[in-house]
Design a protein around this ligand. Structure first.
Ligand SMILES: [Mg+2]
Length: 255
């Protein structure tokens, strides 16, 4: 019988609640891409016009997500911002993904909040020496998503293991991203539990990597659960400690 050493969490709709996000995603994106466009025009190359740049980014992003559905290679926002600028005539050797991402000026999206049930459970896990980590299918590198974690008061709970697909190169459910997280926590699959809201990415992926997988039912709706059997299902992170009691008796005493 293994002991509990780590719990890994998906980010969106597991730790961050997106159910209050009602705005138009295109409008949110437009604001950030305008920042990149302005940076590029002022510092690198006069691009034809903002709409052309945004269209180029969107078409590349859509292409990257379409092929990702087949091969699970993670789209990378920095790469796409650079390639779109190069396609519109900016000299490739002057383009820097980091600078483009800085001018993207990512921030917590209006309407999103940290789930109020997260802090207490995360505190309890830390108190009992259980490591925690984040594994997200984001196309942004983790340092951008860290901005949101800080805004939502979640950052301090995850001092070391925050894993974005954009950094690893693979999306959940690919085993490589789960392995990257296990390398970070330094734990074995049997000592590690995964919590997420996406049946395919989180539950199928974690189980295939040998982890017990808890489905957090999302208020935004849970995807297709046919043929997918989570090890447990919760509606609140407050339910997690009791599930861990059942799987790892004595974990609260370091067993
Ligand atoms: Mg999610």
């Amino acid at each position: 019988m293994s002991s509990l050493k780590a719990v890994l969490f998906d980010l969106d709709d597991t730790l961050i609640d997106w159910s209050g996000f009602k705005a138009d995603w295109a409008a949110v994106e437009h604001k950030h891409l305008s920042g990149v466009f302005n940076y590029l025009c002022a510092n690198i190359h006069q691009l034809p016009d903002l709409d052309a740049y945004i269209a180029e980014v969107r078409s590349r992003m859509m292409g990257a997500w379409t092929s990702a559905r087949m091969n699970l290679r993670a789209p990378n926002l920095g790469t796409i911002l650079v390639e779109a600028a190069a396609a519109l005539g900016a000299p490739a050797e002057s383009l820097d993904a980091r600078r483009c991402l800085e001018s993207y000026a990512w921030e917590a999206v209006a309407g999103t909040v940290g789930f109020p049930d997260a802090a207490e459970t995360l505190k309890l896990l830390a108190q009992h020496g259980v490591k925690v980590g984040i594994v997200t299918n984001a196309h942004q590198p983790m340092w951008l998503r860290d901005v949101e974690l800080r805004t939502h008061g979640l950052f301090d709970f995850f001092p070391t293991c925050r894993i974005s697909a954009a950094d690893v190169g693979y999306l959940k459910p690919h085993p490589a991203i789960f392995q990257a997280a296990l390398n970070c926590t330094g734990t074995n699959p049997s000592e590690t539990v995964f919590v997420g809201d996406d049946p395919e990415a989180d539950i199928v992926g974690a189980q295939a990597a040998g982890l017990l997988a808890v489905l957090r039912r999302s208020r935004r709706g849970t995807g297709n659960l046919s043929r997918i059997v989570p090890d447990e299902v919760i509606d609140s992170l407050a339910e997690l400690p009791a599930i861990l009691d059942g799987w790892y008796p004595g974990w609260r005493n370091g067993a």
